[in-house]
Design a protein around this ligand. Structure first.
Ligand code: ATP
Ligand code: MG
Length: 654
């Protein structure tokens, strides 16, 4: 992106890109206005992008009124999500690649799965599930590597009206058992092993452990992926590949209501006990498809790569449902960015001529720490657009991404959204909206954001404002409830700011009306009466050349109320000296101001992260508070061992 906008710091797509884009600036203004002025008319039209069995007559029916929260879209329509993602493409693109599967080990050949093959394999998987007694409304837990069977299984559930709940393959047996029990699943689908970064996770053995704590009736379907030996319990375990081979190659899809659940997905757990977010069929699919097309400016013939895991909502909406509903070619990557080397992402981009690349800031920062040689080695000329998701992207990482990956010619869409929202809420549409490094910019169609003062819940009416981010009204892709706990749903999202959906995030709206997400409200610290988002301090730290990653939390401080505690991961090869500690303090002081100077800096070789790459600040907070006896649920951590090291080397021994 070149800084060619009228205002400094605003980046615009090239004239060619804009000329070719689905939505330009005028189009955005016109459509946004239509979407909020008459949501029924707007969404009735947008809903035609998927296939309906019985057309709906009602569009929107929702209230955010605390105590009565209810959200319904297209409620009397019927459809089948797998039919919209597969069958309807049979006439036009049966032999087009639907999914490119890229294995963990680059020496293993990749697979190109056509829409025709996707239909057959999904059907076979659906027939296997039916043979196990799975039917409409039943829950199926998926605990799988990033292999084609994960896609077949999700779509097979959709085909027969079962509700899937994907659990990331890196989760512990405990986390898996919790989710199987909470959703009262009939079946869990797993694999023998999950190869990742050249190592193997013993998924089947984890599942055996989890099932120890579950009902005896839960069946265990096993995909023999690596072929390594595992235990086998006759009568409970089922060989998926063998059953699929023997099953009929076609399975008729069932008709489901627009408001029948499509999936349950437990949030990543960065803030507490995981919540079983429920998404339904019609509205979710319309929203996933539409955001995929417009945010990424997807065109026929493009090759779309979202690097997320299907265990995360990003994988649901932007590897599977959105792209497939649009008849796209989507990449499913089994591996990690650093195996066999730090050039893997770029090697895969070159190999499959990826046009849109979508990843998380944490991945960008970690690759940034490895130097630019890994990027320069590969031909990235096919790239047209880049995207990020998951946390605020610090300008340092944005600039690196823009310069070294996008070569200054790819718009970067910073997409703000949540498991709960089903799809993007705030993001620059690339042909329409100028980008600012670190800003999610403008709302998607139908989204009405509000900034509220957390002190008195007053709506901030000035354009430039700071506060908490709420949304005024429902949109088709939003969650409908928490599984089995509607009261907790209302409590968590609708009780604090009555009449609005509360995102839990803080934000700033600038003079141009662009939104900057400042991180979770829980992550705000109050130093000597000044409220400060931890993201801001982290961003300043990361801007220092010696720092690869940083996490900042508050801790009780006698004088200031809260002190600033920074965990800092240094770049490869940098020595953690006291001089450097001083230098970083001065650095933050000059970057932000004296108030932001960290009180304690701990060198952290690793940070506790969820499997989706997010820092678990609640754990860091406990360590900083010297209260590490009660760390809470750590079962969703990517690498629990980093916590011990942080405790051993903590700076606040109180
Ligand atoms: P839990 O709710 O269990 O704590 P989580 O919030 O990490 O987990 P997700 O739904 O995956 O689970 O993440 C959504 C959150 O991620 C948002 O609320 C926001 O804090 C952050 N986020 C996502 N995208 C962006 C973005 N583009 N910019 C800033 N923050 C983002
Ligand atoms: Mg959340």
């Amino acid at each position: 992106m070149s800084d060619q906008g009228s205002a400094p710091g605003v980046y615009h797509a090239s004239a060619d890109f804009i000329a070719n884009a689905h939505i330009d600036a005028d189009g955005y203004a016109r459509m946004y206005e239509a979407s909020v002025a008459d949501p029924d008319a707007f969404w009735a039209e947008q809903a035609q992008r998927i296939d309906w069995i019985k057309p709906f007559t009602k569009v929107k029916n929702s209230t955010f009124d605390y105590g009565n929260v209810s959200i319904k879209w297209f409620e009397d329509g019927t459809l089948n999500v797998s039919a919209s993602c597969i069958d309807r493409h049979m006439l036009t693109r049966a032999d087009q690649t639907a999914i490119i599967w890229e294995p963990d080990n680059p020496a293993t050949p990749s697979l190109h799965i056509t829409y025709r093959q996707l239909l057959e394999n999904t059907s076979r998987m659906a027939n296997v599930l039916k043979a196990q007694g799975v039917g409409k409304g039943d829950r199926v837990v998926l605990y799988l590597p990033m292999i084609p069977e994960a896609a077949y299984a999700m779509l097979a559930c959709a085909r027969i009206g079962a509700i899937h709940s994907v659990v990331f393959a890196g989760f512990s047996p405990d986390a898996l058992a919790n989710r199987i029990n909470d959703s009262e699943a009939k079946v869990v689908i797993t694999a023998d092993f999950a190869p990742r970064g050249g190592k193997k996770t013993a998924l089947k053995s984890n599942t055996d452990k989890a099932l120890f704590d579950c009902s005896d009736r839960v069946k265990c379907l096993v995909v023999k992926h690596t072929g390594d030996q595992t235990t086998w319990i006759e009568g409970r375990d089922v060989d998926v590949k063998a059953e699929m081979a023997a099953a009929k190659p076609y399975c008729a899809y069932v008709e489901v209501g627009a408001e029948d659940p499509l999936f349950i997905l437990y949030t990543s757990g960065s803030t507490g006990r995981p919540k079983g977010v429920v998404h339904t069929s019609g509205g979710y699919l319309v929203y996933a498809a539409m955001t995929h097309q417009y945010t990424f400016d997807y065109h026929d013939g493009d090759v779309f790569w979202c690097t997320a895991d299907v265990g995360w909502v990003t994988g649901h909406s932007y590897i599977i449902y959105g792209p497939l509903a649009n008849g796209a070619t989507t990449i499913m990557f089994e591996g990690v960015p650093t195996f066999p080397d730090a050039g893997r992402f770029w090697e895969v981009c070159a190999k499959h001529k990826v046009t849109q690349f979508y990843t998380a800031p944490t991945a960008i920062r970690s690759l940034m720490g490895m130097g630019t040689d890994w990027v320069e080695k590969h031909d990235l000329s096919s790239l047209k657009l880049l995207g990020t998701v998951g946390e605020p992207i610090n300008p340092e990482a944005w600039n690196w991404y823009n310069t070294h990956v996008g070569k200054g010619k790819c718009p970067i869409v910073d997409t703000f959204w949540q498991t709960e929202t089903g799809g993007h809420l705030i993001t620059p549409l690339p042909g329409a909206i100028g980008q600012k490094p670190g800003a999610a910019t403008k709302p998607f169609f139908g989204i009405k954001p509000l900034v509220l003062d957390p002190a008195n819940a007053e709506v901030q009416t000035e354009t430039a404002a700071v506060g908490v981010l709420c949304i005024t009204d429902s949109w088709p892709g939003m969650m409908r409830t928490l599984w089995g706990d509607h009261a907790r749903f209302e409590e968590a999202y609708f009780s604090q700011y009555r009449g609005y959906y509360f995102t839990g995030d803080g934000c700033r709206r600038d003079e141009d009306g662009d939104y900057w997400i400042t991180g979770r409200v829980d992550d705000v610290i109050n130093v000597s009466g000044h409220r400060m988002g931890t993201a801001e301090v982290e961003s300043a730290l990361v801007a220092h050349e010696a720092v690869a990653e940083a996490a900042v939390v508050g801790y009780p401080h006698d004088i200031k109320g809260q002190g600033i505690y920074a965990y800092v991961t240094l770049m490869n090869g940098v020595d953690p000296t006291d001089a450097l500690r001083k230098e970083l303090e001065v650095w933050v002081r000059t970057e932000i101001g004296p108030i932001a100077k960290p009180d304690l800096i701990q060198w952290a070789p690793g940070l506790p992260k969820t499997r989706s790459g997010k820092i678990m600040r609640r754990i860091l907070r406990k360590i900083a508070e010297n209260d590490f006896a009660a760390l809470g649920d750590t079962s969703t951590l990517a690498d629990p061992s980093v916590v011990d090291d942080l405790i051993d080397n903590r700076m606040n021994r109180g």
